[in-house]
Design a protein. Structure first.
Length: 87
């Protein structure tokens, strides 16, 4: 498990890079539209996840701006790192 979270974060960086690169250098054919949809989906889902964390754990877990930023970009993989603070 010690290697899983860093590896998963690395994969998320690659995913974000591809999704954002598609904005500036659109992929050919229908792939560009799929990547636009995926970017919107990932943004909405990670924003909802961040709002749920703020709503559900506001009293037990005070997030710094850096941690909130990491939760937005890495999602559940950063949450796994923070779960020890909830116990």
């Amino acid at each position: 498990m010690a290697y899983f979270i860093p590896f998963a974060k690395f994969l998320m960086i690659i995913i974000w890079t591809l999704l954002i690169a598609n904005l500036f250098f659109p992929f050919p054919g229908k792939a560009a539209m799929a990547f636009y949809f995926l970017l919107a989906f990932v943004i909405v889902m990670h924003a909802i996840q961040l709002l749920v964390i703020y709503g559900a754990f506001a009293e037990k877990l005070k997030l710094t701006k850096k941690e909130a930023f990491e939760i937005f970009f890495f999602g559940v993989f950063k949450m796994w790192q923070l779960k020890a603070r909830l116990l």
